[in-house]
Ligand binder design. Structure first.
Ligand code: NDP
Length: 221
C-alpha cells in the first residue's frame, strides 16, 4: 500500500486529496495546523509548515517510514488589496514563508522518507498565477510572486533530486471552489483533485520538473 503525506489537509483541496487517496486504499498521513478542529478521519498529525521545529519533529516521528508521495498543498492567498503603491511587506513576508519556503522546508525534512519509498514522488500545488508567461495584469502582487518563487525552487529541487530517482512536479489545480477559490470558481475540488490524481498515477521520473495543469497539460513558466 503506497503512502501519501498531505500538508494543509484541514479543508479545500488538501482534504479532498485525503479523501480520494484513502478511497483508493493509500495510507494517508494527513497533516494540518489544528487536527482537533479538522473534519478528518484516520492518521492525522499537527503540522504548521512554517514551523521548523514542528516539521522536523514530525519527520523524526515518522523516521524509517517510506513516503511514496509528499504532497505540498498548504497555501494562502494573502491580502487581496496589497498591490504596488500599497504593498503590505509583513504580509508578503508571511505569504512567501508559507507558499514558497515552507514546501521546500517540508521537502528537505522528508526527502529521506521519500527516497526510501518505491514511487519517490513530490508534488507541489502551485498556480497559474505563478506563471510569468501567463501574467499580463498588474495585480495579485504577493500571491503571484510567491508561487513564481515556488516554481523556481521546485525546478531546482527537481534537478537536484533527479539522480536519486525522485520525481518532483508542480500543479495548477484549476480555479477551484474552496475557501481560497471562492464560490464563483470554475470547478469543484472533486474534479480538480480527481484530475491531478489521474496525472500523478501516470507520473514517471522523466516528468520531473514539469508544471502541469490539473487535466495533464503543461503550463508555460
Ligand atoms: P484553502 O484556503 O481552502 O485551504 C488552504 C489550506 O492550507 C488549509 O488547510 C490551511 O490550513 C492550510 N494552511 C495555510 N497555512 C498553513 C500553514 N502555515 N501550515 C499548514 N497548513 C496551512 O485553499 P485551497 O484548498 O484552495 O488551496 C490549496 C492549494 O491550492 C494552495 O497552495 C493554493 O495556493 C493552491 N491553489 C488554489 C486555487 C483555487 O482556485 N482554490 C487555484 C490555484 C492554486 P488551516 O485550516 O489551518 O488554515
Amino acid at each position: 500500500m503506497p503512502t501519501v503525506l498531505i500538508t494543509g489537509a484541514s479543508r479545500g483541496l488538501g482534504r479532498e486529496f485525503a479523501r480520494q487517496f484513502a478511497a483508493q486504499n493509500w495510507r494517508v498521513i494527513a497533516t494540518c495546523r489544528n487536527p482537533a478542529a479538522a473534519d478528518l478521519e484516520g492518521e492525522v498529525h499537527a503540522l504548521d509548515v512554517t514551523d521548523d521545529h514542528c516539521v522536523r519533529s514530525l519527520a523524526d516521528t515518522l523516521v524509517g517510514e517510506p513516503i511514496d508521495l509528499l504532497l505540498n498543498n498548504a497555501g494562502v492567498y494573502g491580502p487581496r488589496d496589497s498591490d504596488f503603491g500599497r504593498i503590505d511587506y509583513d504580509a508578503w513576508d508571511e505569504v512567501l514563508r508559507i507558499n514558497a519556503m515552507a514546501p521546500i522546508r517540508v521537502a528537505e525534512a522528508f526527502a529521506g522518507h521519500v527516497l526510501r519509498s518505491e514511487l519517490k514522488q513530490m508534488v507541489f500545488i502551485s498556480s497559474v498565477m505563478g506563471s510569468i508567461a501567463q501574467t499580463s495584469v498588474g495585480n495579485g502582487f504577493i500571491y503571484r510572486s510567491s508561487k513564481a518563487c515556488l516554481n523556481m525552487a521546485v525546478n531546482i529541487l527537481a534537478n537536484q533530486l533527479r539522480p536519486n530517482g525522485a520525481t518532483c512536479v508542480l500543479f495548477h489545480p484549476g480555479w477551484v471552489r474552496t475557501d481560497m477559490g471562492g464560490p464563483s470558481a470554475a470547478i469543484d475540488p472533486t474534479v480538480s483533485v480527481g484530475g491531478m490524481m489521474n496525472v500523478i498515477k501516470r507520473l514517471k521520473p522523466e516528468d520531473s520538473g514539469r508544471f502541469i495543469n490539473y487535466d495533464g497539460f503543461d503550463f508555460p513558466w
